[in-house]
Design a protein. Structure first.
Length: 546
């Protein structure tokens, strides 16, 4: 039976009437932010961009608007839904990517790090003032030699009595030279740690990065830390590994998923309006088929991105969103926005390069958006490796069989396999010989004659094997002899953490090494002569099939 409802009006920027599926509360939040952008941002943003000036003075107004940390609960934050926060990011970036970055770095990076990983005292001290825009924050993770690979960061922190002493350099830090407080991530003997570094701390300086041609309405800086001494209370106590900063980046990427839709919509609306008014050969540009094809493709990209962002927002609100979903969202929506901006620039002709229109500004801004919080290749790797279970950066070149990182194997055991295989590649002789590759081990049995006995007597190896057996469903309360016996039958004896010192520092230390025993015990194992690793048909296969 057909419905008697009249057909909805077609709007190119919302072709599927997505707004009709949003609640009144969410729509009201969006309209409030849209009005702010229309009144405060759009009249001035071209001038800010041309002069390379960030409107940091808007922070208190943004705080009064309630958009700083609006998706966080308590401590002066609005506590809105993820969908409402996403729509706010959309409207802010429709004004300029630099404005959305100003809000995103404050709320999703600096404030989220304290809210999620900080102590109650740290939350009480910083979050209310940051939510009000009284304190500006920045997030120091990227370094000159560590961008997409944050695990290779060189910034270090060492204990000196009860204090911490930080040394290092951070690069491409939004808000860096105007921030009142920085969240700085550094390598320690206990893993990757986060620190709250207030402006004015001795040894902590910043300098603005000049000569940018993108995000010119946003401050980008370099942070320098030289013997910066901080009390123990400055450390974020709940962050002990790369999981800390990466969780913050995931929050920021979620905002980018929505923000890119705003930039794309602004470019599309500008092109649509221009094509309807501009006369060529006596009729509007929009009347020509080739231009209508461009408008159709832009409308498709904007609406597709909007639908994806809304779906991810609802997944986040329901608690089912994974980092892989956010990576796919950023990959798709930013690439779509770039394509829309480039097409819109063509529709506008020569006017497309003028700051009188927003298109060229969005186009060059998006060249930064596609890079920060994970350059386009990083989300592509995340998405590409998610389905087969083969993460390219976790295996050395040349290793790719899915069985080596099968999702059927527990997470910690998968990591053990990955580092073991990577070690095998690093220790392979330059020229093959009769001794390489090693011969497969004999069929697993209780006989210990096929495994070197001196090294696997150590308590560190037994503990690793015991944990592997527990994850594989083996006996949980067993003596060492049983661990040795079952270790052979499951191939665990050949997973003696055979990685070198560099592998340990960048692997075990960054992945909550306490699960594998004390650091000193691990180092002692790495100093010993490494155990031969089973070939693909050896006992390791039994572990993978368990």
């Amino acid at each position: 039976m057909s419905s008697s409802n009249p057909p909805i009006e077609l709007r190119p920027e919302d072709f599927f009437n997505i707004d009709g599926n949003l609640s009144e509360e969410v729509l009201e939040i969006r309209e409030t932010v849209r009005k702010f952008v229309r009144d405060k941002v759009e009249p001035n943003v071209a001038e800010w961009f041309e002069e390379g000036r960030s409107p940091v003075g808007l922070m208190k107004e943004l705080g009064a608007l309630g958009v700083l940390g609006m998706h966080l609960e308590g401590y002066g934050c609005a506590g809105t839904s993820a969908t409402a926060y996403g729509l706010a990011c959309l409207e802010l970036e429709a004004g300029d990517s630099g404005i959305r970055s100003l809000v995103s770095v404050q709320g999703s990076l600096a404030m989220f790090a304290i809210h999620h990983w900080g102590s109650e005292e740290q939350k009480q001290e910083w979050l209310p003032r940051m939510a009000a825009g009284e304190v500006v924050g920045c997030f120091g993770l990227t370094e000159p030699d560590a961008g997409s690979d944050p695990g290779s960061m060189r910034t270090s922190a060492r204990r000196d009595g009860s204090d911490w002493v930080l040394n290092g350099q951070k690069m491409w830090i939004t808000n860096g030279s105007v921030a009142d407080v920085a969240i700085v991530w550094a390598r320690t003997d206990e893993g990757i740690r986060g620190f709250i570094v207030p402006k004015g701390t001795p040894g902590f300086t910043s300098q603005e990065i000049k000569k940018k041609l993108s995000l010119r309405a946003s401050v980008t800086s370099e942070l320098l830390l030289t013997d910066v001494r901080l009390p123990a209370s400055a450390q974020l106590p709940k962050a002990t590994s790369l999981r800390g900063p990466l969780s913050c980046l995931n929050e920021a990427r979620y905002g980018i998923v929505w923000g890119a839709v705003g930039a794309a919509r602004s470019c599309f609306e500008s092109a649509l309006h221009y094509a309807g008014e501009r006369q060529v050969f006596g009729k509007p540009v929009a009347s020509y088929q080739i231009q209508q094809q461009k408008l159709a493709q832009m409308s498709l990209a904007v609406n597709r991105s909007y639908l994806l962002a809304l779906h991810l927002g609802r997944m986040k609100d329901s608690g089912t969103l994974r980092p892989e979903h956010v990576s796919m969202g950023k990959l798709n929506n930013v690439n779509d926005a770039l394509e829309v901006a480039r097409t819109a620039r063509q529709v506008l002709g020569a006017n497309g390069i003028s700051l009188e229109y927003p298109v060229i500004r969005h186009m060059v801004n998006l060249e930064s958006v596609v890079t920060y919080e994970g350059t386009a290749d990083v989300p592509a790797l995340v998405v590409g490796g998610a389905r087969p279970g083969i993460q390219a950066w976790r295996l050395s070149a040349g290793w790719g069989p899915s069985r080596f990182v099968s999702r059927r194997v527990p997470r910690r055991t998968r990591w053990l396999l990955s580092v073991t295989l990577a070690y095998r590649q690093t220790r392979r002789p330059r020229h093959r010989s009769a001794t390489w590759p090693p011969k497969p081990f004999a069929t697993p049995s209780n006989d210990r004659s096929d495994v070197r006995g001196s090294r696997d007597q150590g308590p560190g190896v037994l503990e690793v094997r015991r944990q592997c057996l527990e994850e594989l469903g083996g006996e949980r309360s067993v003596d060492d002899s049983v661990v040795r016996r079952q270790g052979v039958s499951h191939g665990v004896a050949h997973l003696d953490l055979a990685i070198d010192h560099a592998g340990f520092e960048r692997g075990c230390a960054n992945r909550e090494n306490r699960a594998f025993g004390r650091i000193d015990d691990c180092r002692e194992l790495f100093d010993a002569e490494h155990t031969e690793i089973a070939d693909r048909e050896g006992p390791t296969r039994h572990l993978l099939e368990a």
